[in-house]
Design a protein around this ligand. Structure first.
Ligand code: NAP
Length: 296
């Protein structure tokens, strides 16, 4: 039987409706969550990500402070802007769109952000807190994946989960969240990468396979066990002359064949993608509540 499709757009829309209601309640207390956004240069993909983030903020009532800086901006100027936002009580989250132009030092920029406003969850303080099971901003894509599983009724506790990919933004933090002794975790997690011997041996044992390799067809039907849950994080641009743009995006999973064997599967697009911005909004609202003393 073909797998049920996990509708990431719908789950994200439902979560945003809940967040909008929460933002409206906060507004009655005089609290408006604020996100400071910094874009340096004019990379078209970064511009469209930033625009999508700002639109999402305004749709649910989050204030967004838009800072579009020229590609010639110096490290000193960028850090000065971050320091200003660190002190600004209207800003609860700071987001510096990456990649930054080559002359800027990304890790120094990340360290300059106040960990209490690090809504991307990439500051080493937040990474360390997450690893040790303390309250922290969880990185948006991994947290979004976990929320997709929870909203789809997938049992994480006790599941054998295989993650393909060990990047600092997806694979590693996701593994960490899923193995914590917490309602988001308690899974048995295996992380695979390009040096893993016989990838299929691992994926075939998994109740849940999460592909975050950035490579089409990394997961094929013969690599999963019948009834497994398959989450495709991949977002790979491939040429497609039938499209006006000349390209389209596909995942890391051979969707057409894997969906015949899996019990649940995410599509690309419309699976993990819509969750990432949703979790950024979630973290910004959390941060505003923390700043107002409404959370421990
Ligand atoms: P990345 O930094 O390139 O990391 C890819 C990881 O996959 C690496 O650990 C690599 O192993 C591993 N890998 C690559 N090919 C493999 C293979 N054939 N077998 C086993 N492991 C393999 O990528 P990323 O930033 O984590 O992103 C992964 C994908 O997710 C990309 O397509 C990206 O566009 C997408 N993504 C989507 C969202 C979203 O919101 N939807 C957000 C973030 C990323 P090594 O470490 O050994 O090189």
């Amino acid at each position: 039987m073909a797998a049920k499709i996990i509708d990431g757009r719908q789950i994200a829309a439902d979560m945003r409706t809940d967040l909008k209601a929460e933002v409206a309640k906060l507004a009655k207390k005089g609290i408006v969550p604020g996100l400071g956004v910094i874009l340096v240069g004019d990379d078209p993909a970064s511009k469209s990500y930033v625009t999508a983030k700002q639109k999402a903020c305004s749709e649910i009532g989050i204030y967004s402070d838009d800072n579009r800086l020229p590609g010639t901006t110096s490290q000193k100027e960028l850090i000065a802007l971050i320091n200003k936002m660190n002190k600004d009580p209207k800003i609860h989250g700071i987001l510096t769109q990456v990649p930054l132009p080559e002359h800027l030092d990304e890790s120094e920029v990340l360290l300059a952000i106040d960990p209490d406003k690090d809504v991307d969850g990439f500051h080493p303080i937040n990474v360390g807190k997450m690893m040790t099971g303390q309250k922290a901003f969880l990185p948006c894509t991994p947290h979004g994946i976990v929320q997709l599983l929870i909203h789809s009724g997938v049992k994480i506790e006790g599941a054998n989960i295989v993650i393909v990919g060990r990047s600092n933004i997806v694979g590693k933090p996701l593994a960490n969240i899923l193995l914590q002794k917490s309602p988001l975790g308690n899974a048995t997690v295996t992380v695979c990468h390009t040096r893993t011997k016989n990838l299929a041996e691992h994926t075939k044992r998994a109740d849940i396979v999460i592909a975050a390799a950035g490579c089409p067809n990394t997961i094929t039907a013969d690599m999963i066990k019948p009834g497994a849950v398959v989450i495709d994080v991949g977002n790979n641009r491939v040429e497609d002359p039938t499209k006006k743009t000349g390209f389209r995006f596909i995942g890391d999973v051979d969707f057409e064949h894997v969906k015949e064997k899996a019990s649940l599967i995410t599509p690309v697009p419309g699976g993990v993608g819509p969750m990432t911005i949703t979790m950024l909004l979630y973290n910004t609202v959390e941060s505003a509540k923390r700043a107002a003393g409404l959370l421990k």
